[in-house]
Ligand binder design. Sequence first.
Ligand SMILES: Cc1cc2nc3c(=O)[nH]c(=O)nc-3n(C[C@H](O)[C@H](O)[C@H](O)COP(=O)(O)O)c2cc1C
Length: 211
Amino acid sequence: MAAGNSQAGGRIAIAITGASGALYAVKTLSELLARGTHVELVVSDYGKRLLRDELGDEASIEKLLPYLAAKYGEKVNAGSLTVHSNRDLGATIASGSHNCSAMAIVPCSMKTLAGIAHGLSRNLVERAADVMLKERRPLVIVPRETPMSLPALRNMVLCAEAGAMIVPAMPAFYQQPRSLDDLADFMAGKILSALGFDHSLYPQWTGRVDS
Ligand SMILES: Cc1cc2nc3c(=O)[nH]c(=O)nc-3n(C[C@H](O)[C@H](O)[C@H](O)COP(=O)(O)O)c2cc1C
């Protein structure tokens, strides 16, 4: 999969669905915005519930930009955000002619994973993901479930075969995280790398753990 995003600016689609891990989503969003990216955001109904349940009412979709600025700093205002309805299959990111260069679904539920694997395009998240696959643009899927059913495992293989990058919500511990934010930084870094952005959200492995 060719990534090749410029390090500043550009348009990236981000989807948030109803799997645990809202912190990964908001950290990824803040990093993209801080780079001056235009983010086209679509949040499923259960994704909206996830933002509130895991991060509180202040992170609800209507208040997301102020929440990001309060948590990560005013640098997020370098970028811009368009929020699409998941029911709007006529939104910009539903078309391959729209110049959105890559998409990440973070976190991705097993339901949305199944919809993408089978090309269902039942809503904007699934349609925009299908557009990325058909246009051969980077699609980063961040699934979260445990244990995983055989259908979920097979759906990940189908998506990978179609060209998506599967980046499981699976933070590491070699970087000696001290907080939930450290764990989120690790996952956001993996997602940014998959989207083609440089970052320093976790240390490069040097062959040994420094304490
Ligand atoms: C609190 C809560 C946590 C959930 N966590 C997960 C999860 O980690 N992974 C998953 O696949 N589904 C999870 N679900 C179930 C999905 O939200 C559900 O299947 C939903 O229909 C997904 O729809 P969406 O993909 O359109 O957001 C969770 C649901 C709730 C209410």
